[in-house]
Design a protein around this ligand. Structure first.
Ligand code: HEC
Length: 114
């Protein structure tokens, strides 16, 4: 029975058809069991100003960086980090979910050939 269930679910997640995998990836980017990446990094990972403030009379910005060209190793490290001293929240994602997020950012940006 367990084996049967596995056979049933695996194609849902690992389907090679473009739409299914892409849609799953988009869903994960916008709802990664926590605050969606897009709120801070933008819909395509292009980066965004997430707060404006004034410090010592000067206008300052807190920006979530552009993550479109981050290499995988760095991407993985960042998402797997359990250090709580960043403006970015910690996530508890599996290796495969992190890979999917990376794939999503690559896919969505190659599509419109910036
Ligand atoms: C609350 C805002 C916020 C959210 C939500 C957020 N981030 Fe970030 N992220 C940041 C900030 C700010 C930085 C820069 C500071 C740092 O590296 O800790 C950052 C840094 C990163 C970096 C490192 C970039 C580099 O050049 O090294 C990656 C990769 C990244 N985020 C990916 C993601 C992904 C994927 C998600 C969703 C699972 C996400 N972030 C959600 C704010 C956010």
């Amino acid at each position: 029975m367990r084996f049967f269930l596995l056979l049933f679910f695996v194609p849902l997640i690992a389907d090679d058809s473009f739409i299914t995998r892409f849609e799953y990836a988009k869903m994960l980017y916008e709802n990664p069991r926590g605050v969606g990446c897009h709120y801070c990094h933008g819909l395509k990972g292009e980066g965004k100003i997430i707060a404006k403030y004034i410090e010592k009379g000067k206008k300052r910005y807190l920006k979530a960086p552009d993550i479109r060209d981050v290499e995988y190793k760095r991407f993985y490290k960042k998402l797997n980090s359990k250090k709580f001293k960043s403006a970015m929240p910690s996530y508890f994602l599996t290796r495969s979910e992190i890979k999917t997020l990376y794939y999503y950012i690559k896919m969505i940006n190659s599509e419109d050939k910036r």
